[in-house]
Design a protein around this ligand. Structure first.
Ligand code: TNX
Length: 493
């Protein structure tokens, strides 16, 4: 049985199985660094549980007789696009082909899910290791399939972020949006404004039980490490510096950024909407230009997120002027501006992107030709509780069951926004109540795969089918040590 998430575009089962053995080899064609790296990731995933050597060889150099798993780029199959793949499994061989390396990476993720759950074990397991015969052809619905992680309310270190990247990429997500600055913390070292991290990086939200938490921040080397790790998993990092509101950590570090020229005390509560940069001072725009410039230089992806949400301490005209000026600064550093949907009130360039969450400005952004990312809070704010008994999480957008996070249609989410404006979907994990990676995993799983399927699968989305496929993931998460919520909506195997 194939229990795949996200559901592929087409699956044609055939009879029989291919079985991985101690003689299986992996061949690659062409033997470029990218194709080699994907093969290495596959081998690294299969070796611990199987104990097999699984050597990697350029395709011509291996005798065609032994059992093979081949990874090949097909220059002619342009219909597969940047991310599509075909996986053809017979009793004799596994042939994975793609037009581009990202497609091979996604084919590998599918291959993982076709093997028994024990393949995810870090130590040898008895096997056997069958793969069901058949042909899968698979391309994504949307180019943007994201997860936002709030590292500002509580800080999550490099190892935690890499773990999140691995778990997200396994479900074919391709954007990691890092919410790097908010009222409670500034999490990225900026060389031209060193107090941001030194002062603003010290704080974090005091949790409801009265506990205080250490802050933390990424050095520029840490951030580069995250970006490179993400890139190796075909994930683009989208850094966010939230402004002009949600800026108390910066306002505590530099007096001159404040409207009254006085530093603000640190803030560890969870209210929103009280802070603002001084919108009428030139120093503010020099600050933004410096921060955006350093972040842009560290970020190979096309996008830079400037927040723009809940600027409740700012009047609308000032807000609009501010966003339009920041849009120019971001463009000046060669990036596309992304902002929460409130930026739809400003004049947007068609290269800018608005992220829908709740307040009703996404249609205005789309009407100007901007792209729209869907993060509807009542569906994909995975910091909301599962139900009234969930020990973690908030509830302002309602409770979000596994079904609620899955069972919605991107194309009908926003009346007045055409499907052609939709770049894709993004789950958001705000961290006011979350302090450890186990808690992050508990809120993401089992809901995140449902959002991933909304982003990837154009067809075959159905709650009953999904529920059965999700049930099969539990045994994998156990092997991976994922601390998922055993929701009663799913009959776990
Ligand atoms: C709203 S969504 C916020 C965040 C909070 C979140 C908590 C958005 C753009 N702003 O500041 O962390 O709710 O769920």
């Amino acid at each position: 049985m194939m229990h795949l998430i996200p559901q592929p575009t087409s699956v044609q089962p055939a009879g029989g199985v291919f079985v991985l053995t101690a003689d299986t080899a992996i061949t690659i064609s062409p033997a470029t660094p990218e194709v080699t790296a994907v093969a290495e990731l596959l081998a690294a995933r299969l070796r611990p549980a199987t104990g097999y050597p699984l050597p990697i060889r350029p395709s011509g150099e291996w005798p065609a007789s032994g059992p093979l798993v081949s990874l090949a780029l097909d220059a002619d199959d342009t219909a597969l696009g940047q991310e599509g793949y075909t996986l053809h499994i017979t009793p004799d061989a596994v042939a994975l082909t793609a037009h581009q390396p990202a497609g091979l990476f996604y084919g590998v993720q599918t291959l993982r899910q076709l093997l028994p759950p024990a393949i995810e074990s870090a130590t040898p397991e008895p096997g056997p290791w069958p793969l069901p015969a058949g042909t899968i052809r698979d391309t994504p619905r949307f180019a943007w399939r994201g997860l936002m992680l709030d590292v500002a309310r509580h800080f999550f270190g490099v190892a935690d972020v890499k773990r999140v990247i691995d778990l997200a990429a396994a479900y074919k997500l391709n954007r990691l949006h890092l919410h790097l600055a908010d009222d409670q913390g500034w999490r990225i070292a900026i060389k031209s404004w060193p107090e941001l991290a030194r002062v603003g990086g010290q704080t974090a939200v005091t949790t409801a039980d009265g506990r205080t938490w250490p802050g933390g921040y990424y050095t520029q080397a840490d951030y580069a490490d995250i970006v490179a790790y993400a890139a190796s998993r075909y994930v683009t990092v989208v850094p966010e510096i939230d402004m002009p509101g949600h800026t108390n950590a910066a306002l505590a570090a530099y007096a001159e950024l404040n409207p009254d020229g006085q530093t603000r005390p640190p803030y560890t509560g969870i209210e929103v909407g009280f802070s603002t940069l001084a919108l009428d001072k030139e120093i503010t725009y020099r600050f933004i230009d410096d921060v955006v410039g350093e972040l842009a230089a560290l970020t190979p992806g096309d996008y830079l997120h400037i927040g723009g949400d809940e600027a409740l301490a700012t009047n609308k005209d000032d807000y609009v002027r501010f966003i339009e000026r920041v849009q120019e600064i971001v463009a000046g550093h060669g990036k596309r501006m992304v902002g929460w949907e409130e930026i739809g009130q400003a004049r947007l360039s068609p290269t800018s992107i608005a992220q829908h969450w709740a307040p009703g400005h996404a249609a205005a952004a789309a009407a100007q030709g901007a792209g729209v990312i869907l993060s509807p809070a009542p569906r994909v704010y995975l910091d909301m509780k599962y139900d009234d008994t969930t020990p973690l999480g908030l509830i302002w957008a309602g409770t979000i069951s596994v079904r609620t996070a899955y069972d919605w249609q991107p194309e009908t989410q926003l009346p007045g926004v055409a499907e052609s404006s939709l770049l894709g979907v993004e789950a958001a994990l705000w961290a006011e109540t979350l302090t450890t990676i186990d808690e992050v995993e508990f809120m993401l799983f089992p809901r995140l795969p449902g959002v991933a399927e909304a982003g990837w699968s154009a067809a075959g989305r159905d709650w009953d089918s999904y529920r059965a496929r999700l049930a099969a993931q539990g045994a994998r998460w156990e092997r991976m040590g994922v601390k998922f919520f055993r929701s009663g909506e799913v009959e776990w195997k």
